[in-house]
Design a protein around this ligand. Structure first.
Ligand SMILES: Nc1ncnc2c1ncn2[C@@H]1O[C@H](COP(=O)(O)OP(=O)(O)OP(=O)(O)O)[C@@H](O)[C@H]1O
Length: 301
């Protein structure tokens, strides 16, 4: 369990995190989303005791990181996959981490196998692809078999197969009852991975929701096809619905409402499909005011 309470962090005149509060629950994958510079990494660093809050608290299992008795057994994290000595091999890298935390070497082998690196464990990390470094970072996070896992942009730069692999791995961790916090600036990466969503913009909480609720909230309407479209559209308009796209899109209605109205007047329906905005659309709308830089240059506020 992770708890963020009225958390703020300033760097000089930059407010990186601004009075942020949310919770991350066990048994779920929580997507931590926000445009570049929204404050995700800063929040994670404060949870891990790597940065000191200006105000508020960031708690792991109800305690500050510094108060955890055996931190590596409570929380594991991958913040920067490249923060590995390139000349060291994967096995030695993890063994060194394990030794300094009194963790048995057999656990190193288990973690290496769990992330599929057994075949390259003796290769220098400098020869690893970005994906392999990410797996190694995940193996490091698993060393202490912690109940809480945090990953900062773990799928950044991975190919689709790598993304799918990591997605299944993270879902598996949540199914084991662990708390999994996963940051990204892309909704597309979260839609199929996360259960819950915490969305930031300019250091502030924009939404704390579930993927399902967000999708439901942004439902656009119902696409309907009938051999008597004009008549149906008139009926729907008189019932107070907005109908457009050549009388085929009924805004603000459910499929049941449209179907029942049509049935009441004996108007045949050949197709009835609920049409949602994509999660990506919903996310862009929610964070539109928070983007530091857009494709066309700096935002004008
Ligand atoms: N050590 C630091 N010194 C000064 N400013 C910082 C520092 N760390 C972060 N910031 C600033 O704080 C803000 C939040 O940065 P942060 O890295 O937490 O965002 P993020 O959501 O993780 O973004 P990204 O997806 O780009 O990593 C940014 O404006 C950033 O420039």
């Amino acid at each position: 369990m992770l708890q963020i309470r009225s958390l703020s962090k300033r760097y000089g005149s930059t407010v990186a995190v601004d009075d942020l509060s949310f919770e991350v629950k066990p048994g779920r994958v929580t997507g931590f989303l926000g445009p570049n510079g929204a404050g995700k990494s800063t929040t994670m660093r404060m949870l891990l005791g790597l940065d000191r809050p200006t105000a508020g608290e960031a708690l792991v299992n109800g305690r500050h990181y510094a108060e955890l008795r055996r931190p590596i057994h409570e929380v594991g994290a991958l913040l920067d996959a490249n923060a590995v000595h390139p000349g060291r091999n994967a096995y030695d890298h993890l063994s060194w981490q394990a030794a300094s935390n009194h963790i048995d070497r057999r656990r190193v082998v288990t973690c290496i196998e769990q992330v599929g690196l057994a075949g390259v464990a003796r290769k220098p990390v400098g020869e690893f692809s970005l994906g392999m470094k990410q797996w190694l970072g995940i193996a490091g996070a698993l060393l202490g078999d912690p109940g809480v896992l945090m990953f900062d942009e773990p799928v950044n730069g991975l190919d689709p197969e790598g993304v799918r692999w990591i997605r299944e791995l993270l879902k598996g961790f949540a199914n084991e009852g662990r708390t999994v916090l996963l940051s990204s600036h892309l909704m597309s990466e979260m839609a199929q991975t996360a259960d819950d969503l915490v969305i930031l913009g300019r250091g502030r909480l924009v939404a704390e929701t579930t993927v399902q609720d967000l999708a439901d909230r942004f439902v656009q309407g119902v696409f309907v096809r009938s051999p008597r479209p004009g008549e149906l559209a008139q009926l729907l308009r008189s019932a107070g619905y907005e109908v457009d796209d050549g009388d085929s899109l009924v805004r603000g209605a459910t499929a049941e409402e449209v179907g029942d109205l049509a049935a009441g007047q004996g108007i045949p329906i050949h197709q009835l499909v609920t049409r949602s905005a994509s999660l990506e659309d919903a996310y862009l709308e929610l964070t539109a005011d928070s983007v530091e830089y857009r494709a066309g240059g700096p935002s004008d506020d």
